[in-house]
Design a protein around this ligand. Sequence first.
Ligand code: BG6
Length: 491
Amino acid sequence: MSSQIIPVEPFDYVVFGGSGDLAERKLLPALYHRDRDGQLPLESRIIGASRTQITDEDYRAFARQALTDHVGAAALEDEAVERFLGRLHYRDVDARSDHGWNELRGLLDDGGQDRIRAFYLAVSPAIFGDIATRISEMGLANSKTRLVVEKPVGRDLASANDLNDVLGRHFREDQIFRIDHYLGKETVQNLMALRFANALYEPIWNSTHIDHVQITVAESVGLEGRVTYYDKAGALRDMVQNHILQLLCLVALEPPSSMTADALRDEKLKVLRALEPITAGNVEQTTVRGQYRAGASSGGAVKGYVDDLEGSSDTETFVAIKAEIGNWRWAGVPFYLRTGKRLTQRMSEIVVTFRSIPHSIFDASAGAVAQNQLVIRLQPDEGIRQWLMIKDPGPGGMRLRHVPLDMTFASSFRTRNPDAYERLLMDVIRGNQTLFMRRDEVEAAWRWVDPILKAWEERAVKPQGYTSGTWGPSGSIALIERDGRTWHEPE
Ligand code: BG6
């Protein structure tokens, strides 16, 4: 089966923070791939915007370098690169003054009023509101405008509310695309197919058959130059409030009636609202904070967090949580969540462990009967494996063996797995919000996270140190082992 490319309507994509890190590493390469695959109409343009004073030509040189650094050599074709660079423009604008806005509007007007205008805010959240206000008040929006905001949307419920209010003053909810790039990952999409395009799993997808769920998002990198942002955020705000809770929602939600944006988001919202609160009374039993110390990672010696920071800090770079969902389907099924920087390896996966068989008919000589596990690997080596018990083939009596049924099909279909941003950037143009967070979801996630932050403060829960290159602090192992379970060892 081959992949299908459906061209989108003509658009102008304005990327605020156009010369920044996200544009360089993700957005420009993603748009290039879509262009190379023939999805972008000829007249579509990409306009970088930021305070840096550079020309169109400088911006094209920046983009050329970004493609060289972040697109694999096999996908870099001269003709496609030149066509892509030809779409690029640049305007210097200041979010906090009128500087540059008339020029940007002039450039957009050259493309006509009928063209889709997407404004991507790849900038500090501190200026989301200023930019949204200026887009509206300086007359840059047309009837086909979309506004894309990167996370974080706020740093707690109150600030998320304030920001959403400002955005809502200038744009309708159906024009606001709150991006969570985890939702665009190929395997996350596949999780939906697995659950809802097969009759097999859904009847056993509940507390009667599932023992527990683990969600791990491990990174081997450290701060990557984002010191100021990260130290104010920490792992709970940076990864759990958004990416991990979104993954948890997709595992736990009830079958939506369709894949339409609101049908799916209604169900995710119900999951978020059903999360059992973690407060000062149970925070020490259900959460672990960690902070990396010096050690070895990605093949070399690395400094500890406070040395990276050049100061002291109580910010967590690791968090593990035992979460529970208070509803009929999931009562009593723990969801163990963990994420951290400078861990052993980059690895994100969801592991669904089924209950043990009620009674074994086999002799001890057959070996132990392991619990069935469904391992959904998001990265690297994306794929899904269902672990089953079989009889060890061949003679030698009844011996049992735990083997994976491999459902990793990308190589058999010989397709390239698109980066999450490719899909999401095009969904914005298509006006499809299915994989974007609605206002009430973001706020429900904060409603669960805020009390954890408060409880840590009240109970003075400090991060435990862990050596870089390990799987986090010992408290994380204790958190799950207390329940007679262990973290899934990556294969
Ligand atoms: C971002 C976080 O949202 O996701 C980063 O702010 C993190 O801290 C990144 O490194 C991880 O994304 P991915 O796709 O590399 O797993």
